[in-house]
Design a protein around this ligand. Structure first.
Ligand code: C2E
Ligand code: CA
Ligand code: CA
Length: 503
């Protein structure tokens, strides 16, 4: 019993774990895909903002300055106006070779400037040390006009602002001229491993983003905590359901089915004696010979076998063994030998019963051999004609009926009115009371009295002492069975003890 419970418990825990593992993996995969998509979209948006900025600067250049020659006097006033009007440009300057010769900040002052390469028409560069403003870094948008370059100085904070995203779960960055520039820091680019970064195409600047474990965890906790919780709740609901379901299954049915295949059910026989202690018959009591557990008592498996219907196959196997063992010794049966078989009420409606009984009668057909069916009612059965007809069929074969467990709740008393009963078996529980310290004499006396009034011979089962025997003798009990005479024994032992020695 304990084993079954702990096996179910282990299975339930395993199921909960498995659902959690699979569920968490799925949600985490969703987190991975979703954050990557989101980061890519956000970074693309940054790229669009860079383009908007570059195009904004170029548009105002085309509008205000493109028509001008590279003459500083002419260029400067309009350039100053244009710089003021633009949200992005801090300064506009003109360079030729290695020199700035015109700037909205330093006017016509000539300043040495190792100008970066500007192979394209529009080029973006990061200058860590501005040649115009001391101790200041700057982005330069360089327009290539042949010998002369037009430089638009853009504040770094404008780029950093562009890098700002709606979500704080990841950090996009620019890689430019050997510098790593994120919203939070700017540093020479020896730290990042570019292969870990995802590149988002932009014509003017390299734009990358990177997602690390911390980003995923933060994103998952904020956006998917509920889903993780749902997985756990779902796993527990499944575990609970499984537990209820598995607990309801009668696992013994599987074990019985296996035992039937291996023919582990064997008949034991307990002798029955008359008032003069002459052997008059035997009751067949089933035993489950389990290779590991040993001998299993019928009380431990008959209820399951009755509900599952396996009792019918058990009965058939018992009959087969009885017939096979008794055939060679038939002639040693005492006259009027009664072989009693226990039959559960549900068996009455099953065709095996009458077929198996006929089989016994046909094979053990010595004159004056009798078959008794002991009827008990562990499983309550409706007063159905089908069951009643089963008893009638048995009786029609000349088989006798004994009312088992007389006086207890299991007794099939209701049949008394409809069927003529041949024997009453006084239940062991009443015989046990005889000789108890507080002997409840009236209860036993009542039961024995009732049996007497029904007018059929009574068999007392479970007789263990001489005192019980003499008490029962006094109360007109006709037959006796119990450890006082002998225990139920194997077929071989029964034949050895009771058949060979009789003439
Ligand atoms: P039952 O038909 O009332 O059988 C009497 C039980 O009392 C048997 O237990 C028997 O071994 C036991 N017994 C007999 N004399 C004594 C005694 O002096 N002292 C004690 N302490 N016990 C005694 P068992 O064999 O364990 O069977 C239990 C019950 O299982 C039976 O009660 C019967 O209802 C059922 N059963 C046994 N074999 C079969 C079977 O083949 N088919 C069906 N349907 N039920 C069976
Ligand atoms: Ca019985
Ligand atoms: Ca009984």
């Amino acid at each position: 019993m304990m084993n079954k419970k702990s096996a179910i418990f282990r299975l339930v825990v395993l199921t909960i774990l498995l659902i959690n593992i699979v569920g968490f993996a799925l949600v985490s995969f969703r987190v991975y895909v979703s954050l990557n998509q989101y980061a890519y979209i956000q970074t693309e948006e940054i790229s669009v903002r860079v383009n908007q900025m570059v195009h904004g600067i170029i548009d105002s250049y085309n509008q205000d300055l493109a028509h001008l020659e590279s003459n500083c006097r002419e260029f400067l006033p309009l350039a100053k106006q244009s710089a003021l009007a633009s949200p992005y440009t801090r300064s506009i300057s003109l360079t030729e070779k290695q020199e700035i010769f015109c700037s909205t900040i330093t006017d016509e002052k000539r300043i040495f400037f190792r100008r970066p390469s500007a192979e394209n028409l529009i080029n973006l560069h990061y200058i860590p040390q501005s040649p115009i403003v001391k101790n200041s870094d700057v982005f330069l948008l360089i327009l290539n006009r042949g010998n002369v370059h037009v430089n638009f100085g853009i504040d770094t904070f404008i780029f950093k602002n562009i890098l700002n995203t709606d979500m704080n779960y990841f950090s996009p960055a620019f890689f430019i001229d050997g510098y790593y520039i994120s919203e939070k820091r700017t540093e020479a680019m020896n730290t990042p491993h570019l292969e870990q970064y995802v590149r988002v195409g932009n014509p003017y600047i390299d734009l990358y983003y990177h997602l690390d474990t911390e980003n995923y965890v933060n994103y998952a906790l904020i956006n998917y905590a509920f889903m993780y919780l749902m997985v756990t709740v779902f796993s527990f609901i499944c575990g609970f359901g499984l537990n209820v379901h598995l607990s309801r299954i009668d696992w013994q049915v599987f074990a019985i089915s296996k035992a039937l295949k291996k023919r582990q059910f064997v008949p034991y026989l307990q002798p029955v004696f008359d008032r003069n202690r002459n052997l008059v018959g035997a009751e067949v009591l089933v035993r489950w010979i389990h290779p590991k557990v040993g001998i299993i008592s019928p009380d431990d498996f008959i209820p399951s076998a009755e509900i599952s219907g396996q009792i019918n196959d058990i009965f058939t196997q018992l009959v087969e063994q009885l017939v096979k063992a008794f055939i060679p010794y038939q002639k040693h049966f005492t006259d009027d030998f009664h072989l009693a078989l226990n039959v559960s009420a549900p068996q009455l409606a099953h065709p095996n019963l009458i077929r198996d009984c006929k089989h016994i009668l046909y094979r053990l057909n010595k004159h004056n051999f009798h078959l008794i069916v002991e009827l008990t009612e562990r499983v309550h059965i409706p007063q159905d004609d089908l069951y009643l007809q089963g008893i009638v069929n048995i009786k029609n074969q000349g088989i006798k009926i004994a009312l088992d467990d007389f006086g207890t709740g299991h007794s099939s008393l209701s049949y008394l009115k409809k069927i003529k009963i041949d024997f009453i078996k006084i239940d062991k529980s009443f015989v046990d009371m005889i000789g108890e310290e507080e002997f409840r004499d009236h209860i036993v006396a009542n039961v024995l009295d009732l049996a007497d009034r029904i007018g059929v011979p009574a068999v007392a089962e479970g007789v263990e002492t001489e005192y019980q025997q003499s008490y029962l003798l006094k109360h007109n009990v006709a037959y006796f069975q119990g450890y006082f005479y002998d225990r139920p024994v194997s077929l071989d032992m029964f034949i050895e003890r009771y058949l060979r020695i009789s003439k």
